[in-house]
Design a protein around this ligand. Sequence first.
Ligand SMILES: [Zn+2]
Length: 721
Amino acid sequence: MKRMLVLVVGLLTLGVQRPAAQGQPIRGFPQAEVEAQRAREAQLRAVPDSGRLRRYMEVMAGEPHVAGRPGSRKVAEFARETFASFGLDAQIETFEALMPWPADRTVEMVSPSRHTMAIAEPVLAADPDSADADMTPVFNAYSGDGDVTGEVVYVNYGMPADFDRLEQMGISVRGKVVLARYGAGWRGIKPKVAYERGAVACLIYSDPRDDGFFQGDVYPDGPFRPDQGVQRGSVMDMPVHPGDPLSPGWASEPGARKLPREQAATILKIPVLPISYGDALPLLRELKGPVVPPEWRGGLPVTYHAGPGPATARVALRFDWQTRPLHNVIVRIPGRELPDEWVIYGNHHDAWVNGADDPISGAVSLMETGRALGELLKTGWRPRRTIILALWDGEEWGLLGSTEWAEKHAAELKANAAVYINSDSTGKGWLNVGGSHALQQMMSEVAREVNDPRTGRPVADESRRRQVQGTPEAQRAGRERDQNLWLEPLGSGSDFTPFLQHLTVSALNVGFGGESSGGIYHSAYDTVRWYTMFSDGEFQYGRTLAQLTGTLLLRLADAPILPFQFTDSADTFLRYADELEELAKTRPEARLDLAPVRAAIAQLREASQAFEQAYGRSQRLSTQALAARAELRRVNRLLIQSEQRLGMGDGLPRREWFKHQIYAPGFYTGYGVKTMPQIREGLEERRLEEAQGGVRTVSAAISALAQQVREAATQLDAASR
Ligand SMILES: [Zn+2]
């Protein structure tokens, strides 16, 4: 009934595609060209089709297709053929990576009672896909081998603060098997910290309080995780570097140089395995020791104790340590005037099992973006710049396909890549956007151009409303005055990382969600049935995402002046500096002086204002007049490489693969972002020399960006005379 109503409302709003941004300027385009551009964008947005999204999903999520297995190759072939049928040039680019497959897995409680864990997700009669042959076994990729037995300690979320708390309670995890619940930080952090503190194995389970019946009805009746549902996932030490563990910094291809496995920095040293709450309950029931703090308690019907023991578990895991192939699908639409300026959009295609939500919901949307571009090409249009679409393989294991591709093409990408756009799973709800702040204005404009399928209002409205709501009371008034959609800073967790944080190419990450929560993440129950029942079942938001990314690509590919804007960067960086100032107050012993960072931001603001003035003058000229000036070409080259000024060759301390000085995944949060990471983490982790060094590198990076923007302003001024 509810879905019928949504359908009716949908039909009503379809007729009123109010172009809310009508008459407004479009960043990067001279006023004279705005209406023609807007018309072309509307033409593109008419193409994506919900019915097609569903049909691609039924094929691509129809069978398990984890990277390294034949299913993944099949999905890549299907996508390549589908792109070709749109008239696009699509190729499969193959790499390889160490992708250890489990050979033996045993987890059992050996005392005080015996229980052998199922570590398998049962077939559900309601969902035929849960019975597919070749279901991926339950495991954590890049766990160590081992056969160990130890008393169990419950470590809450397994974050550093949780282990500290245990120490205060007088409980050591040395020689123990730790039981951590999923949540609070990226899963790979839990066994990494457990190992650092001396644990011999790590079990990670989904507690129903966070992910299961406490949240709502469980699958197949509701969207949440059933008692034998398990979250697979990688525990590679990605905050050090993603990609093939044996080829950090260079492309992993057959015959390429590889490290010996013992030298790989990102493989866990202890066995680690994910289990269901059904399998965790017997262990929790047999734990004694102190009762844990209230906020550590989950949703299972036991009193949560910390241990150690008397529950004692044996964890025995062995992997085959094979190198396996990766198949990236790459579509290239060569630029008509500027073939060596690239705009790239990617989404991964590999999944842990069937992956209807993660990642096929996003991948099929990218395919419809491709079809929309194909339809425009048939009308005789060709982009000014080159557009590259990519479906990556091996993201789930550790951003393998995108990282190896970025490493292989590093020199060309650093020279040519203007922007990398990323999407991943997408669902029902509102627009979430993150990325480089020089793109904030363009992103806001596009979000005002594309309408929400239910309300018919620009997708920016609801997104902005949520952002204002989420702003702390004290800062809300200021936030309300700013009409922009704010970009979240990017940490990690998807394929933007090699582009943004390794190559320091500017990047965006986009997707819809917020009304489609559930408990099938990385489980065998992430199927077409789940997605169509509990997420964007009508594929309305998938279609909207294709419209949004298509509009972004058209603007970035065709704008005479790339739509970068740096006063937003200066404003944002200043907020980060303010936050760090507050943090530094809690560490007076650091004697941190942020004046150099503030001075660099002031330089950036000044340069940005000069650029805005030059930009204003350029608006009076026609594209032909502008394009005839050699300086315009120089302006765009400077803009393309502007983000790279925020990178430093030496990278971050203890993880040189990560070059970006403003955005990084936290060393101890995994996905969660740390802005100005060297300073912030230096303070948080009390590495005060690192923090002080960070003041130098961050201010040098922002200063270098300011200089680049000033040069772009000078060139743009010359082009506009
Ligand atoms: Zn994903």
